[in-house]
Design a protein around this ligand. Structure first.
Ligand code: ARG
Length: 565
């Protein structure tokens, strides 16, 4: 129910459009002034009347619909109080109709490609990958909910001379049993060893290049070794994706574009955009205050940007996307600006639909700096396990009787990590602390999950069944606390839309915290289950609506909500 629209339809001001009135309606800072207000100052000039006179006049002309209880003219504002029984009925009916699992909106026929997580083969999946994975996975669910078709793309980093080096290290020192057992960690160590040995044996570099050439030329044995490294890496990250509830529709990574770059290079050539620079081929971007975009190296090798140009073209041709999002750290700001600018110079009208969604750095409180070269990293797997262990300990203390502690601890521990990644504006650097993330009282996932479980327990105590709403006494929910909760419930879809438009799942996180806090205030002030049957029925319904909204909102943030904890 859009109350602003009801008010905008109601108020008529000469020479002012409905849209303009709609946009002017705001929320009064003091609740005793009502739920909405229309400040009349901005109409003063054109109407040649004082704001007070305008508000008085508007009030005298109003014929109030059932949704609105009263309108008052106060010091140049027209203040509206909603009819709270109607607010409760409309609001709760709408949520109850959505059921326990909110269905996705009907398809709008638009596709949004989301490039996220995009792991590098034979590199450890560390805490630095948390944000791209969580943000992308959340945006994937958000866009699907809103009726888009989201296409999740894991643009694998599976190309480059480093893989020749890795094969060379494997041939010299590799041990299959060890690799089988320790996976990427073993590969990583081989890679580190290669670099330390190459310091004293420069011929190694040449050998690495030779092996990469063999991969490029499709040499059977070398390709087979490399493919195995790929499988091993993907098998490991898949375990994390499963824990986070993340899926991809495509794993077309850098190597996928090997045979798709030539047409793009030819097109750049045809359009006169490729110029020579020290033997390399580049696109000049000096008009846009950017360094040139490197397309081909001196030796004819392609680059990361060349692959991204081919990938963008491929995605356009394959998915006909409405938007193509790249959820990648802000360190790559320049890279994407260059790639998008080159697409624009090529005359691709859809270049403007390619959007870099950058984010800041994550580090662990008291943790050491992350460095892949030295092989010292904080693995995401370890972070999740630590959080789950800690969660289990807390749960054991708080609720020793709880069944299925391990399953609940998994939801709480993993949820705590994901929520801390998603609950601040994405561009901010974040220092992550286990204790803060796992607190049951702070602005955390466990707090939301706990509120959800509290709702579940109230509903089960009250024997709640979602039934006929015809006999409900909506007046029971006219108090301030209930009205606050219902007003928030009413905003859910707007918030999700806003999160999608700004690519900011944190707006949903903030909203869920507000909703949980508001419900907990209601819960302190009002007995849900009492001898008053009518009050009990209405308050149980409100509780059920909060529960389903928390659960569905959390799921947009990749977080599960346990029934008990
Ligand atoms: N694998 C890259 C990295 O770890 C991220 C790839 C992002 N996607 C893209 N299309 N460039 O830095």
């Amino acid at each position: 129910m859009d109350y602003k629209k009801i008010i905008a339809d109601l108020v008529k001001i000469d020479g002012v459009s409905k849209e303009e009135i709609y946009a002017s309606i705001s929320v009064p800072p003091r609740r005793e002034n009502g739920e909405f207000c229309l400040p009349c100052f901005k109409f003063s000039k054109s109407l040649r009347m004082s704001p007070v006179a305008i508000a008085d006049k508007l009030k005298s002309e109003l014929v109030l619909p059932p949704e609105i209880q009263s309108a008052e003219s106060v010091a140049g504002y027209l203040n509206f109080k909603l009819n709270r029984a109607v607010l409760a009925e409309n609001g709760l009916r709408a949520v109850a109709e959505k059921g326990d699992v909110f269905a996705n909106k009907p398809s709008n026929g638009k596709t949004v490609c989301i490039d996220y997580s995009s792991v590098n083969i034979a590199k450890p999946f560390h805490i630095g990958h948390l944000l791209t994975t969580a943000l992308g996975g959340s945006l994937y669910r958000i866009f699907n909910y809103l009726g888009y078709k989201a296409v999740g793309i894991n643009h694998l980093g599976d190309w480059g001379t480093q893989f020749g080096k890795l094969v060379s290290a494997y041939k010299r020192w590799g041990n299959d049993a060890d690799i089988e057992k320790r996976g990427v960690t073993a590969l990583m160590e081989l890679y580190v060893k290669f670099h330390s040995e190459a310091d004293s044996e420069p011929a190694l570099e040449e050998e690495g290049r030779r092996y990469f050439k063999l991969i490029e030329d499709g040499d059977e044995e070398t390709v087979r070794i490399f493919e195995r490294f790929k499988e091993l890496t993907l098998k490991e990250v898949q375990k994390i994706y499963d824990r986070l509830g993340i899926t991809f529709d495509s794993y077309a990574g850098e190597s996928f574009y090997n045979d798709k770059m030539q047409p793009v290079i030819a097109e750049l050539e045809d359009k006169g955009l490729l110029i020579e620079s020290d033997g390399a081929k580049v696109v000049d971007l000096s008009d846009f205050d950017m360094p040139p975009c490197l397309i081909l190296k001196k030796d004819g090798a392609t680059l990361y940007a060349t692959r991204d140009l081919a990938a963008a073209q491929y995605r356009h041709d394959t998915y006909d996307f409405y938007k193509c999002l790249y959820v990648v750290a802000y360190q790559q700001n320049l890279h994407f600006k260059q790639v998008f600018k080159v697409l624009e110079k090529m005359g691709k009208s859809w270049a403007a639909d390619c959007i870099h969604v950058p984010f800041g750095m994550v580090s662990l409180e008291g943790g050491e700096a992350l460095s892949t070269r030295k092989g010292k990293v904080v693995l995401l797997r370890d972070v999740l396990s630590t959080a789950v262990e800690k969660a289990e300990k807390i749960i054991r203390e708080k609720n020793p009787e709880l069944e299925d502690k391990a399953a609940v601890a998994e939801m709480v521990g993993v949820g705590a990590i994901v929520f801390s990644a998603l609950s601040t504006s994405r561009i901010k650097d974040m220092v992550f602390s286990y204790d803060k993330a796992l607190s049951f009282e702070g602005e955390t996932a466990p707090y939301l999950q706990y509120t959800h479980a509290r709702c579940a327990s109230i509903l089960s105590k009250g024997n709640y069944k979602c039934g006929e709403l015809g006999n409900m006494d909506w007046n029971v929910l006219s108090d301030d606390e209930s009205a606050d909760v219902i007003t928030l419930l009413n905003r859910y879809d707007d918030v999700v839309l806003d999160a999608a438009e700004k690519y900011e799942p944190c707006l949903i996180a903030r909203y869920l915290l507000d909703l949980a806090q508001s419900f907990n205030r209601f819960y302190i002030d009002h007995r849900v289950i009492s001898d008053d049957k009518k009050a009990t029925a209405a308050r149980l319904l409100l509780t059920a609506c909060v529960k389903s909204t928390l659960k569905n909102g959390l799921s947009l943030l990749l977080i599960n909500a346990p029934e008990k904890m």
